[in-house]
Design a protein around this ligand. Sequence first.
Ligand SMILES: Nc1ncnc2c1ncn2[C@@H]1O[C@H](COP(=O)(O)OP(=O)(O)OP(=O)(O)O)[C@@H](O)[C@H]1O
Ligand SMILES: O=C(O)C1=C[C@@H](O)[C@@H](O)[C@H](O)C1
Length: 304
Amino acid sequence: MQSSTWIMRERIVMRKQDSSLQFLQKSGEQKWSGVPASCCFRTSKRRSHRLVVPRVSCSSGNVPVLESGSPTLLDESKILKVSPQYVLTLLDAPTKVKPSHSRFHDPEKKAEEIEPYINGRCIYLVGMMGSGKTTVGKVLSDALGYSFCDCDTLIEQAVGVNTVAEIFNQYGEGFFRDNETEVLHKLSSMHRHVVSTGGGAVIRPINWRHMQKGISVWLDVPVEVLARRITAVGTNSRPLLHQESGDPFSRIMKRLYTLLEGRGEAYGNADAKVSLENIASKLGVEDVCNVTSTAISIELRSMV
Ligand SMILES: Nc1ncnc2c1ncn2[C@@H]1O[C@H](COP(=O)(O)OP(=O)(O)OP(=O)(O)O)[C@@H](O)[C@H]1O
Ligand SMILES: O=C(O)C1=C[C@@H](O)[C@@H](O)[C@H](O)C1
């Protein structure tokens, strides 16, 4: 009973937060000062941040590929603090920190168990374009009773244009990155949001300082899967993929590899990693492309 009450209370709070943000946006006031203090709580807890160097292996074509599913990428102390079902094993914490028997699986205990770990901190999803930050983020925010927000959308709103591509075209990437940092800065004083960050947010150390106020999770998805997903929806909204020649799938693959090569280490700074390959193997699905967001959602919900 207690946990149900807790969840309901948080959902009511989230509605207040949403309407507050909408009001500020409509009224044209500063969009970000927004959440009423009564709806938020701060955690005084500061976590030390360490740079984690991911292991890199080579696959065909001299393309460095991050080895997925490696527990060495994870700071276990952080995982243990974050974990229960939030990162919800859900999405694939390493086996050794999963609860083997399941007080954590008891839905009546869930909220109580999670609360001290997350303590209202924002969850920052990081990962390459197409890794599912938006798709999974919405499911996760719903499960946690958090609000969801997408950094790219917030940047578009702040700049006053319709698409990220327009920002790149009109003002250049540097301007976009400055706005991205500003958005993350403002989010860092907020609570109870699941944040879908831009794929390149990890490259600036200052952004990590902002994201450190919350919990960061890296959605690690093989490049080929990313390329298939993006090829299916097109690159209109992804200006960094507008380069290279060749057929769409190949040029997207090539570009993604190049970007990942420069960012692999930065993604490894996240507090936790969720590997699509690991989920696939857990579900007994041979082709990772067949791990649907629904399957991830079911996995997630079964833990909540
Ligand atoms: N598990 C999944 N299975 C199949 N398709 C998925 C899955 N997750 C996301 N997708 C699809 O992949 C595409 C990209 O997903 P999404 O927009 O959530 O990624 P993103 O990380 O937010 O991307 P970006 O950073 O470029 O905005 C979407 O078309 C989405 O429907
Ligand atoms: O990977 C990236 O650098 C980007 C990803 C998108 O989400 C946008 O933030 C933008 O297109 C840049």
